[in-house]
Design a binder for this molecule. Structure first.
Ligand code: RUB
Length: 310
């Protein structure tokens, strides 16, 4: 396989959602760039830089919402080198560092977030988020007796992945259809979800349905926690950029749309939860109120206002 075909294959696996979830797509992209940088033929340093930038671009275009992808690629591609081999090594070690930091961040988020869970709590989660599951599993491992309610998360049913993971850990779980959230909310002590993007003002972009859950939680006075690595925060939103919400294929919702003459299917994959509905964002840098998101972007992502491109 040509080195670029490996990148194309990874990009295809991300687009088709074989690899999914903001953290996983970011680490898959970093690993793919590393492999590419170490194996692609290059005639000069410029040639390598250009080829690596093209490969990064292929990966970047796969899923438009997740900022984890652009943050990962920006971190991996941040290097200065005088020789081709130095550039290859710099990309490879940046990728390794990103992947290792990402793994540690999820673990740390679990430790920090689990302190907010009390013995006997019922936790509701949506979609399938590694960071959210890390919080739940850390609480379980620390000996707290907890139950989880997991939504199906139509149309791609990531909730089935979630119940599978929780089941493996021996955690008591109930599966509900997405529209049952309000019905069960009075039994819930804490909502824990992941994040695709957190903006400079603490707004959350996550799997479609998250905003409705936050609304129900607010109505029931139930705490709503977001579990997110700091690379889920979006630097570009400081510069006023809006988050693109991915619209996926109609067939994910309705297989045979051709039977209908006047029907159109809308399939937005993510929605927007205002920061007022979020009690806490649990990151590897600590549990913060959403209003502190700007500081996370400036301090943890080292974002410089001059830096307008990824
Ligand atoms: C997944 C999703 C997850 C976040 C966070 O959407 O919305 O809640 O990506 O996940 P999709 P993680 O299935 O469309 O990729 O904490 O694992 O990064």
């Amino acid at each position: 396989m040509k080195p670029i075909d490996q990148v194309r294959e990874t990009a295809e696996r991300i687009s088709s959602m074989e690899i999914r979830g903001a953290g996983r797509i970011a680490t898959a992209a970093a690993a793919s760039l590393k492999e590419y940088a170490l194996s692609v033929q290059a005639e000069s340093l410029d040639d390598l830089n250009q080829k690596a930038a093209q490969a990064a671009d292929l990966l970047l275009k796969t899923r438009p919402t997740a900022v984890s992808l652009s943050n990962a690629i920006r971190m991996v591609m941040k290097y200065e080198a005088e020789e081709i081999d130095d550039a290859r090594q710099a990309i490879a070690s940046n990728a390794d560092r990103f992947i290792e930091n990402s793994r540690r961040a999820v673990e740390k988020i679990g430790q920090i977030g689990s302190r907010r869970i009390r013995d006997g709590d019922t936790i509701l989660t949506h979609c399938n988020s590694n960071a959210a599951i890390s919080v739940i599993s850390a609480a379980h491992r620390s000996g707290k007796k907890i139950q989880v309610i997991a939504t199906e998360s139509r149309p791609r049913f990531q909730g089935i992945t979630t119940i599978g993971m929780l089941d493996q850990m021996g955690i008591e779980t109930e599966l509900i259809v997405d529209s049952a959230v309000r019905t069960v909310m009075n039994d819930v002590d804490l909502v824990v979800v992941g994040a695709d993007v957190i903006t400079a003002n603490g707004t959350l972009v996550n799997k479609i349905g998250t905003a409705q859950i936050a609304l129900c939680a607010r109505e029931a006075r139930t705490s709503f926690m977001v579990a997110a690595e700091t690379y889920k925060f979006s630097p570009m939103t400081i510069l006023g950029e809006l988050v693109t919400i991915e619209e996926r294929d109609a067939t994910e919702v309705l297989a045979d749309i051709s039977r209908y003459r006047h029907v159109r299917v809308r399939n937005p994959a993510f929605d927007v939860t205002p920061h007022q509905y979020i009690d806490l964002i649990c990151t590897e840098a600590g549990a913060i109120p959403p209003e502190m998101s700007y500081l996370i972007i400036r301090e943890r992502l080292g974002w410089d206002m001059e830096e307008e491109s990824i």
